[in-house]
Design a protein around this ligand. Structure first.
Ligand code: PFF
Length: 452
């Protein structure tokens, strides 16, 4: 097995954890999780989501990291190498291709939403220097969505930030970015949770998020929760596999770092919920049914009333932009690494830029679906929601299921044991059966229901 990757290596275990947590913690936790919970029955959704993380997400996260660390290259080439080494079918390479396509689709709309957050951070920055307050948040949000030029500008700016980091490479780009951004993110989140506590509505928020109404759990809630579990842990599209490829061989237990990443990610989503819902409730808004505009429509109301509200607003949307940034770099990295391997080392900048331009152009579909093409419907959804549905709810679980089957059934036992040498036998066996049977069966049931 190669000791190092040609793309560079994380300099320590902590750096890997920061980078992988940076990938996991993003819009998925702070923008998507609260409104998914809001739209799908609060506690009922949260419970199913937590179960999906523990039973399906964590085992697949461990599998992705170990495949990456053994293969040491981009997903397509890693899977090709591992299939050969295990004497199994070459067709498993399809997982890598599926991942690359899913990553490009996700980055296309992810960057549009991240653009909204940049725009809001800018609005608060301007307010700090005397700019106009957001007095009618609904109108401000609608006016942003109805302006394709404005959306395209912020989407483009965010894509530029992403490509700048990835073009610089693993050590000088990715690692340098997460080293500062992740601690800043945790600090900002804690400040916001602390404020949530001062509103006096923490109990109601906790009841909404954690007290399940069983009657709300149906097939649809399962599908959304499973899709959210994959999305939030960055699973099923080989992002974690790619990060695993840059992980030093010795002294690092994959199950431990995997668990650290999954726990932190889940904690951030729950904390974000506990920062946001007390404010929503305090301002007399309904915590249920907020939709994708939940935080943009509700939080500015709170920020208007709060002491130092403008600073909080800036902090919050700054936090969200940073979280999105450290995730989007992991969406761009797998395809970039693949192009670098195909066309030679000198081309990292060109590789990253080509994929970013492609994602930016695809993102224009999402931009236009918010205004000019808002009437266009595919399978009952607007274009952006359709792309999100295909990539998040279908491709990620499918990719994850294939990764589970590949690791559980096709990968050579020696490779598994070598990668997981610190794992006690009983845990190893449990993990393997989760991958072989439990996770694929659950994902399959959910997918079949979705397509039925
Ligand atoms: N996990 C990210 C979030 O929660 O915002 C989104 C994401 C990043 C999904 C990277 C998939 C991925 F490969």
């Amino acid at each position: 097995m190669d000791k190092t990757s040609i793309h560079g290596m994380w300099s320590s275990r902590l750096m890997f954890i920061l980078a992988a947590t940076g990938s996991a913690v993003g819009l998925g936790n702070i923008w998507r999780f609260p409104y998914m919970a809001s739209d799908n029955g609060g506690g009922a959704f949260v419970l199913v989501y937590l179960a999906c993380i523990a039973i399906v997400g964590l085992p697949i996260l461990i599998a992705e990291i170990l495949i990456g660390r053994h293969g040491r290259v981009s997903p397509v080439n890693t899977l090709r190498g591992l299939a050969k080494e295990s004497g199994t079918s070459r067709n498993w390479v399809a997982i890598g291709w599926l991942g690359i396509v899913a990553g490009i689709l996700i980055l296309s709309f992810y960057s549009v939403v991240a653009g909204w957050t940049l725009h809001y951070a800018w609005l608060y920055l301007k307010q700090l220097f005397g700019g106009a307050a957001i007095t009618d948040p609904g109108a401000t949000f609608t006016s942003l969505l109805s302006n394709p030029f404005e959306l395209t500008f912020w989407h483009g700016l965010f894509m530029l930030l992403t490509v700048a980091v990835v073009a610089l490479g693993v050590e000088h780009g990715l690692e340098r970015a997460v080293r500062f951004l992740m601690p800043a993110l945790f600090l900002m989140l804690l400040i916001l949770v602390a404020y949530g506590f001062t509103t006096g509505h923490v109990g109601e928020a906790a009841a909404f998020l954690f007290r399940p109404d069983w009657s709300k759990i149906d097939g649809n809630v399962f599908l959304r929760a499973m899709g959210q579990a994959f999305f939030t842990l960055s699973l099923g599209m080989c992002a974690m596999m790619t990060y695993g490829a840059y992980l030093p061989r010795s002294g690092i237990s994959i199950p431990r770092v995997g668990a650290a990443v999954a726990l932190t990610d889940t904690a951030v989503a729950l904390l974000a919920g506990m920062a946001i819902f007390p404010l929503v409730i305090a301002f007399g808004l309904d915590p249920a049914g907020g939709g994708p505009g939940l935080i943009f429509n509700s939080l500015p109301l709170a920020f208007n009333e709060m002491p130092f509200g403008i600073v909080y607003g800036l902090l919050f949307f700054g936090l969200l932009s940073v979280a999105a940034w450290t995730s989007s770099i992991s969406l761009l990295e797998p395809a970039t690494a693949f192009l670098v391997e195909k066309y030679g080392m000198a081309s990292r900048k060109r590789a990253a830029l080509s994929i970013a331009v492609l994602c930016w152009a695809l993102g224009l579909l999402s931009v236009l679906s918010l205004n000019v093409w808002s009437d266009v419907r595919i399978l009952d959804r607007d274009i952006m929601t359709f792309i999100e549905f295909i990539a998040n709810d279908l491709m990620l679980p499918l990719g994850g299921m294939l990764i589970a089957l590949f690791t559980g059934w096709a990968l050579n036992n020696t490779i598994l044991r070598e990668q997981l040498s610190e794992m006690p036998e009983a845990l190893f066996t449990a993990w393997r059966w989760l991958l072989r049977i439990v996770a694929p069966a659950l994902v399959l049931v959910v997918l079949l229901r979705a397509l039925a």
